[in-house]
Write a protein that binds this ligand. Structure first.
Ligand code: NDP
Length: 329
């Protein structure tokens, strides 16, 4: 292993926070119990915010960016893990409170590790990444609420993005009829290939509507928030539920309580970052069994770490389609 390696690091230069790619040494890494030879990371919306500095994601500087990583263990002080084991980390505060995955080497806590399922290569786990694992958490939340395919259509918002794309592929494979809400006409064919049977113009959801609208959806996976979430809550069928995980359209919720108290609608909050290990392992097992790998390839592009600055701007502008794997080497 080389003495030095490259990382995307946010740090102060001349009193100003900047993000840049520079060389680090093993001695620079945090003192956690497992050293990983990182192969891939990913691009998520939060990574766009962190790299560009458009939101204060890093709680302290210097901070290596990247909320995900996948790679091979080089050294381990925990006997449950051995050199050569293939592992991944999603969240746990990477890029916020702990150094993250945009690096060729990283030390992480063994508590954070998920073993790479046999079904996947390291690259595929990062094609899924935090966005895709969050999609699975949303699907599990709807299933655990008792939503079944015979109850009606599921609406997926932010459909052309990472969470949305994986959610469509999963739900359609599981037998649900899926409607995809997007603002990009050029994604319509792509969304249909992933399994959407209906396209909804996102503009129809982002205008303030009636507090109770026509009952249309048995459930929804929402990565947009704000007026979109308020509108779709008003359109959920009696007893249905929305798995809410995102804020691509804003972090407010200009809704009324009427869907909850008159239709028994449930708002299911989904967090991936601090989800307990057992929940993560359940999600990854289900991804291994329920995600069509052909569709995963269809929604994924691989980019070198050197392109991270342009990619960060692109995801914040809502121009990324599906998932982006970051090849750190
Ligand atoms: P992407 O940028 O890949 O996808 C977001 C999509 O939302 C876009 O592709 C676009 O879809 C739509 N969108 C963007 N801006 C707006 C807007 N102003 N109004 C309406 N729709 C908009 O991001 P990710 O899929 O990685 O993440 C989606 C959201 O989920 C983010 O807010 C992210 O922070 C959150 N998230 C939360 C997690 C958690 O643990 N709770 C984990 C992972 C993600 P289209 O062009 O098709 O309309």
């Amino acid at each position: 292993m080389s003495e030095t390696f490259k990382a995307v690091i946010r740090e102060e230069v001349d009193g100003q926070p900047v993000t840049r790619i520079r060389e680090l040494g093993l001695a620079d890494l945090p003192a956690h119990d497992v050293l990983v030879d990182v192969a891939y990371s990913t691009l998520n919306y939060k990574d766009g915010l962190a790299v560009s500095g458009k939101a204060p994601i890093a709680r302290s500087l210097p901070m290596v960016c990247g909320v995900d990583l996948a790679g091979t263990i080089v050294e381990s002080a925990n006997s449950d893990y051995k050199p050569g084991d293939k592992v991944l980390v999603n969240g746990w505060g990477l890029s916020e409170r702990h150094w993250g995955g945009y690096t060729q080497r990283q030390r992480v806590k063994s508590d954070w590790l998920v073993r790479v399922p046999d079904a996947f290569t390291l690259e595929q786990t990062m094609a899924i990444g935090t966005a895709g694992y969050t999609s699975m958490l949303c699907v599990l939340a709807l299933e655990d609420h008792g939503i079944t395919p015979d109850q009606g259509e599921i609406l997926v918002t932010g459909a052309g993005g990472g969470v949305g794309s994986v959610a469509i592929a999963l739900l359609s494979r599981l037998g649900y009829r899926v409607a995809a809400s997007t603002g990009r006409a050029e994604t319509h064919d792509y969304l249909k290939r992933l399994g959407a049977s209906e396209i909804v113009d996102r503009a129809t959801l982002s205008e303030r509507g009636r507090p109770l609208d026509k009952e249309r959806w048995a459930g929804a996976v929402d990565s947009v928030g704000s007026q979109t979430l308020a509108t779709l809550l008003a359109q959920i069928k009696y007893g249905g539920a929305v798995a809410a995980c995102g804020l691509a359209g804003g972090n407010d919720l200009p809704a009324t309580v009427l869907p909850f108290i008159l239709r028994g609608v449930s708002l299911l909050g989904v967090d991936s970052v601090m989800a307990p290990k057992a929940k993560r392992e359940r999600a990854w097992q289900r991804l291994a069994s329920d995600l069509d790998q052909g569709l995963l390839a269809e929604m994924t592009e691989v980019e070198p770490m050197s392109n991270i600055f342009a990619l960060a701007d692109k995801i914040l502008a809502g121009q990324t389609r599906g998932r982006v794997v970051i090849d750190v080497n």
